[in-house]
Ligand binder design. Structure first.
Ligand SMILES: [Zn+2]
Length: 297
């Protein structure tokens, strides 16, 4: 039941990455374009206005502001406007300190396009920040092509931002689904099981292995539904459904604090705010959409 028309949170930024227009001359021209805009981040937190929109300014306004490497990062071109992202130093005074907000707390209030733009910026900066040295020879690398990748001048290796694939699955048994909770989650919160794909493993195998490891449940009939980029820091969440005949949960306490079966009626009631049987995953998560998709079909 792949649903290509459904827009997942952190997608649909509407950006043309302009991969063929990222020379130094092009970047300079884009920076000087009167229509250019830049997102500002501090420690991965985007600057937000009180109305919940991204606080975007023209890159010119950053003159004299202490910006961190890599700079500039060109996220892409949107409606003929070059969209940049800059990471600013904590001492900058251009924008009030409290405008920089943790994305997880504000994602639910942001519009789709701006959420995707901020997510792309956050993932790119996180990757550049954590990959300042060449993994081939250990020398310092330089950002290239407006932050699209980095280059090691010592050994001539290019390094590309990494995306980590994760499977997230709705395990179904008749009209019930299996949800779990991890330690530290808000009280009552349950969500779909998830896990990183290991080298040498398909999506289907990862889904079967993770479900078995976490809950002792054997699943079959793994189907892809939709996917979502997750910028904390840079995962690709691949949403799946799968089926089981098993009922008995054997909890792996190293992975989960609890796991339970929930009927479609219960999940529907929770989504309709008619029940507080559990706290549903937030709207900006793929788990929310997997569950919503399930109860609506
Ligand atoms: Zn190198």
């Amino acid at each position: 039941m792949t649903n290509m028309t459904q827009i997942m949170p952190f997608t649909a930024a509407g950006l043309d990455y302009a991969e063929d227009r990222r020379t130094i001359e092009s970047l300079k021209r884009f920076l000087n374009d009167p229509a250019a805009q830049t997102v500002l981040l501090k420690d991965g937190k985007p600057a937000m206005r009180e109305d919940g929109s991204l606080w975007m300014i023209h890159p010119d306004e950053l003159k004299g502001v202490n910006v961190l490497q890599p700079a500039p990062v060109l996220l892409g071109i949107k409606d003929k406007s070059p969209i940049f992202a800059f990471s600013v130093h904590e001492s900058q005074t251009l924008i009030p300190e409290d405008a920089f907000q943790e994305m997880r707390f504000i994602a639910g209030r942001m519009n789709v396009e701006e959420l995707a733009i901020a997510g792309r910026a956050r993932s790119l900066f996180e990757w550049h920040h954590k990959h300042q040295f060449c993994s081939n020879c250990g020398q310092k690398v330089m950002s290239a092509a407006g932050g699209m990748y980095s280059h090691c001048g010592a050994c001539q290796t290019d390094h590309f931002p990494r995306v980590n694939p994760v499977v997230i699955m709705l395990v179904l048994r008749g009209d019930r689904c299996l949800l779990g909770r991890s330690p530290g989650w808000p009280e009552g919160a349950y969500s779909a099981l998830a896990g990183f794909i290991s080298p040498g493993e398909s999506m289907e195998e990862a889904c079967m292995r993770e479900t078995l490891e976490e809950t002792g449940i054997s699943v079959t009939d793994v189907k892809y539904v939709f996917s979502q980029p997750w910028p904390f820091p840079s995962q690709l969440m691949m949403g799946l459904t799968c089926h089981t005949k098993d009922e008995k949960i054997t909890l792996n306490r190293n992975e989960l604090e609890a796991a339970n079966w929930f009927s479609k009626d219960t999940v529907r009631a929770v989504f309709n705010k008619e029940s507080d049987a559990f706290l549903r995953p937030p709207r900006f998560t793929i788990a929310h959409h997997l569950l919503k998709n399930w109860i609506e079909h």
